[in-house]
Write a protein that binds this ligand. Sequence first.
Ligand code: PLP
Length: 350
Amino acid sequence: MTVDLPAIAANWASLRDRHRAMGGGETGAAVKADAYGLGAAEVAPALAAAGCRHFFVAHAAEGMAVRAALGPGPTIAVLNGFAPGTDEDAALTPVLNSPGDIAAWAGTGAAAILHIDTGMARLGLSSAETAALAENPSPLAGLNLLCVMTHLACADDPAHPLNSEQAARFAAARARLPAAPFSFANSSGLFLGAPFASGLARPGCALYGLNPTPGRPNPMRPVVRLEVPVLQLREIPAGTPVGYGATWTAPRPSRIATVAAGYADGYLRSLSGHATARFKDRDVPLVGRVSMDLTTFDVTDHPTIAPGSMIELIGPGTAPDDVAARAGTIGYEVLTSLGARYRREYLRAA
Ligand SMILES: *Cc1c(COP(=O)(O)O)cnc(C)c1O
């Protein structure tokens, strides 16, 4: 598995430039879930070297790992929040998602981010809670409010009416709350135009090469390449079943390559019978079921494939978004499922 750190840095820089051109301020980076499965300890320093000063994780433990990788300086915000009074206080910035979170942190003087919900019904202050806080902002006394954030539910669908509704609700709430910078767009939000610019954008997926504009050409550079070795080749006569459940039967005399990756490596079992891998820029069809540690491909039309040949499961010719579509999921799930058994190589700036 190869992770192209300069490509991640270039993707971040292009999103930063795009945000500025929209009238926005700073651009941070979502590095939660171990930088979407690619390795936050490598990715976060590469982003910091490119100029990123604001990082977002889900859990405090993830935040502490990112802090260890980055050293002091950049803000590391914990989206799921955490309780005050621990070692994390000095290192991390809490996101306050409820009146209870505000009460817990009030008076500590801590730098914090306030999250208001404008259309997801997930985390953040509800509209009633936001209205109550606007009416009586005294719970915010003794807090250093870095920014007020909200999160878009449908940014990957530019035609969805919820996008502009969320922008309007967010603007109305900000007008009533104590003045603070604000934070709005995720990756796809940066492709929705000026109403989605803010003081601090929070892109994630696009940094890692996923397409923030589904249905249109991907403006981001590919980042991940996953190649796995052929362990064994087998010549089988027509009529021979392959794999668990005998779900595929050779329609002609065939050559089957068994490769060393399966669903325990994040090569999703729902790809069974649907995926294609690549060998020397040509498609190689997956046949039969994906097993835990092994997957079988029909290489009858690839006479040069031999034991030890590397088959590309993810790469420029098999984008994570395409693999996801074959598996009935999204690129985020493909990346965050990438297993711990790959030998990971990080490409660095020359
Ligand atoms: C994950 C996340 C992001 C990044 O979203 P992408 O779609 O990956 O760009 C931004 N903000 C919040 C609150 C998130 O949870």
